[in-house]
Unconditional design. Structure first.
Length: 283
């Protein structure tokens, strides 16, 4: 059971903030600006050009510079937008809930304020995949397609628990919640803490209330690389769940896997993300 709990913690955390120090030194390679939007300082990167606009959606706790290598491969004449959510980088903390519905609505406000023209291709990593999918369900007419980069699946913890005997699942769930609560308690007060609070249960429940995406192109990239934190039985679960997204989209879906990259595919194999964006553009 300890192995299951450890894997559940990795899935819950999404390993989002651990890459910050690896990308900050290259920050000047993406255009960076700061705007005050509805009274809150927001750090963002804007390159205006042709539509569809590429909107890069970060994983939990990750700065937008995790997309730098993808950004550098995109055509100069295309519109590209990304921003640091509240509490990340130079973006100010905000008050209140930071659940997926709140963040999706906030993203629309920021896109409108910055005059980023739709339609959008949402390219989303990790927990950002839930934010992007909810954005689509709230504003379907604004989205041309989605690229999911090792996205968080709302049933990943359920599937992990299914590896245990039925009599142990309730106990394991309680222990996972206790671990999650301990992590929350260790985080400093602010927006990132509030975002993590919603990560474990609320966001999963919110996205489960929406149907599968079938009307637009959905390109799915998943990592099958085994590590001590993500052993084979975990990558197998994630692969099956990620394949569902592409299968549900029918002829509009495409699934790609890689064993060369870990969770941050956009940093290790940016060409795969570029290919996904191009595939959606051509649809």
């Amino acid at each position: 059971m300890k192995k299951i709990l450890a894997c559940a913690l990795v899935l819950s955390l999404g390993a989002g903030s651990c890459r910050k120090l690896l990308v900050e030194d290259n920050k000047d390679q993406m255009p960076v600006s700061q705007l005050t939007i509805k009274g809150n300082k927001t750090e963002l990167s804007i390159s205006k050009g042709q539509t569809p606009s590429i909107v890069l959606v970060n994983g939990f706790g990750s700065p937008f510079t995790t997309w730098e290598k993808v950004y550098q491969q995109l055509p100069e004449n295309i519109s590209v937008f990304t921003y640091n959510r509240a509490g990340v980088g130079a973006s100010a903390n905000v008050t209140g809930s930071r659940d997926a519905l709140t963040i999706a609505r906030e993203m629309k406000t920021i896109l409108e304020y910055c005059s980023i023209k739709p339609p959008y291709i949402l390219v989303a990593h990790s927990m950002g995949g839930i934010y992007a999918r909810i954005f689509y369900h709230l504003y379907p007419n604004l989205v041309k397609g989605i690229v999911l980069v090792d996205g968080t699946h709302e049933r990943q913890l359920d599937s992990l628990l299914s590896q245990l005997p039925s009599g142990d699942r309730e106990l394991a769930w309680a222990e996972m919640k206790a671990i999650n609560d301990s992590v929350v308690a260790s985080l400093p007060a602010g927006s990132v803490k509030e975002e993590f609070k919603a990560n474990f249960v609320t966001n999963y429940d919110q996205i489960k209330s929406f149907p599968p995406i079938t009307a637009i192109p959905v390109y799915v990239i998943t990592s099958t690389k085994e590590t001590p934190e993500t052993p084979g039985f975990v990558t197998k679960i994630q692969k099956a769940l990620h394949q569902e997204w592409a299968t549900q989209a029918g002829s509009k879906g495409k699934f790609v896997e890689t064993s060369k990259s870990g969770h941050y595919i956009q940093m290790e194999e940016p060409v795969l993300v570029k290919q996904g964006i191009q595939w959606v553009l051509n649809k």
